[in-house]
Design a protein around this ligand. Sequence first.
Ligand code: NAD
Length: 487
Amino acid sequence: MQTFQQYIGGAFEDADTTFDSRDPATGAPWAKMPAASEADVDRAVTAAEAAFFSSDWAEMTATQRGKLLMRLADLVAENAQRLAELETRDTGKIIRETSAQIAYVAEYYRYYAGLADKIEGAHLPIDKPDMEVWLRREPVGVVAAIVPWNSQLFLSAVKIAPALAAGCTVVLKASEEAPAPMLEFARIFDQAGFPPGVLNVITGGPQAGAALTSHASVAHVAFTGGPETARHIVRNSAENLASTSLELGGKSPFIVFDDADLESAVNAQVSGIFAATGQSCVAGSRLVIQKGIKAEFLQRLKEKAEAVVIGMPQDMDTEVGPLCTLRQRDHAVRLIEASLQAGARLVTGGVVPEGQGYFFPPTVLDCSDAPTAPCLSNEFFGPVLSVVDFETEAEAVEIANNTAFGLASGVFTQNLTRAHRMIRKIRAGIVWVNTYRAVSPIAPFGGHGLSGHGREGGLQAVLDYTKLKAVWLRTSDDPIPDPFVMR
Ligand code: NAD
């Protein structure tokens, strides 16, 4: 068994207790992880707070912070393959995906490295004579970053990179499921040359998360995870009145009109729901398909779904690996059963394969005659697609927006004017037209409703880690007149 350590105040250390991480491809424990106690959480926040006010960090120029982030970006790129192998081992995400995704994570650090010395204040045209008034943008303080187990190097980069660019310090809590990649990332971060305590990496479950997000010294909580946990986070933040950004789940519509390029749309749907074994917040998990092309589309989709190579996540040929946890697979099985009872029709998949590991096949459920099937409203976080058909554009919009979530959406059509109408009417934080699941550090990412609030990626995200200070400077040498008149 491999053993991992937590990273507090620039030192690697064991915790008093450990827990086992399981290999999702076999179900067997493979590594011991440090379980952060409440005292560990407190030490990590104290270290981050000390670093925040330390001259080494607080007096560093923004350009120097940018250079350190650039160095970190290079280190992430150099170590991408090693991190990818670790993420594949611990989460079961296939190596084809982890190696490409982590290499790209370096670009997020580069993007915010470049932004560090472009965070500008403002000079105000104030309505008073003899007065100069300007705004300084200052870092908010200690940031608590909480991430789930999926795409964790990516989901932490979109928090750590803008937070450090702005001059904040961070305590990152990795998920209690599969935290190995984040604990290893701490070792890479340590080589970049940041002052101790600027980033601290711990792991543990709800108890550690609650201690961190309610800690008196935390100014902002950047959270990615499920809506139910987000409710706890918001309640915890009543203790410290920290601001929050919440990146939560989705039930994203993938809308295909009968004039779409079918081959493209089918391929995008396959990747939109079966990539990452469906464990993606932006999974296009509701296929909203025009009636005229439904039969052909489902036939092609079924063929592709049944041809998917299911196997060990370490093999480059594998296209769908295991789910990360047994809990998720049980959830998928229960939700499919309930949906079949509600009238959904199984097109393909749906049966747990024999053998070890948490595997589950690509599955398609046709819910066109079962509008109340629970699979249409609940997130699977697995490779399960629910299908609904429509006749008119208005129906497509209504079905697409019939969700409490509002994260992503896809529209496939060759009709330009229709595409523009759909872009306006769909209620989601992201609309992909004739493509799906594209991301970039330059484009903001996030949703509304049960999908949360706040945006990660892009220029605005770095400003979310700053607060404004208004500065008033009187330029007159005359004595201040009547003290009882407000100026
Ligand atoms: P989860 O909500 O169970 O856990 C997320 C994190 O919260 C973990 O680190 C967990 O330990 C921590 N946590 C649990 N209870 C807590 C508490 N009381 N206080 C503080 N922290 C606590 O989510 P998960 O099952 O690990 O991940 C899957 C979910 O994440 C899905 O809903 C998925 O859609 C969502 N997700 C969203 C995005 C996005 O960017 N919108 C990206 C990836 C995943």
